[in-house]
Write a protein that binds this ligand. Sequence first.
Ligand code: DX5
Ligand code: ZN
Length: 226
Amino acid sequence: MSRAIKIAPSILSADFANFGAEIKAVEAEGADWIHVDVMDGHFVPNLTFGPATCAAIRPHIKTVMDVHLMIAPVDPYIDAFAEAGADVLTAHVEAGPHIHRTLQAIRANGMKAGVALNPGTPASAVTPLLEMVDLICVMTVTPGFGGQKFIHTCVQKVAELRHMLGDRDVHIEIDGGVDPSTAPLVTAAGADVLVAGSAVFRGGSVENPAPYGENIRAIRTAVAHG
Ligand code: DX5
Ligand code: ZN
């Protein structure tokens, strides 16, 4: 597993009427993964889309389809997201009482398993799960909406998780408020996957995708110069 920094634009900030073209454009401009935010109006107060939309956009993704489930319950939908072609499927540790079984089911369905932590959840919540995950997603905003302010107290949690993981091959992903000013803080603490919605899609469009590339490069440059 490569620990090189990966930028994962969230299509939550893309044109919802044009996901296929948006994905193609942002990948051409340098995206490493595509982050797909699934919300149910119950676990989080917003609603987006489900497995049918994921299946529809899958052929347009050449990189990695990184599906972030902000739904509860999770287990009844795992098969559907596997069929939709998710490469990584991430469930929240707060989404139900049986996260252990959820992670087992995700891997049993041939996907990489991710576990996400809300800003108020301590790193220790995933201590019993370290052997069962391929990715830990540290939420640096309260999930539900794009464009929120980065919560700085979460940076310490990233460092704790990387320490807990030791030499295990597990990605640490950061989700929420990532931009050129906050990205270096979390990569220095041990994160390697950076989700960015508004900071990637701002200023650009399918007709004018160059800003997507400029925005991605601005994050990479900031990280490289720490
Ligand atoms: C928030 C989502 C994020 C969101 C990030 O609930 O999980 O993926 O799109 O958006 P920005 O980068 O704008 O904070
Ligand atoms: Zn997300």
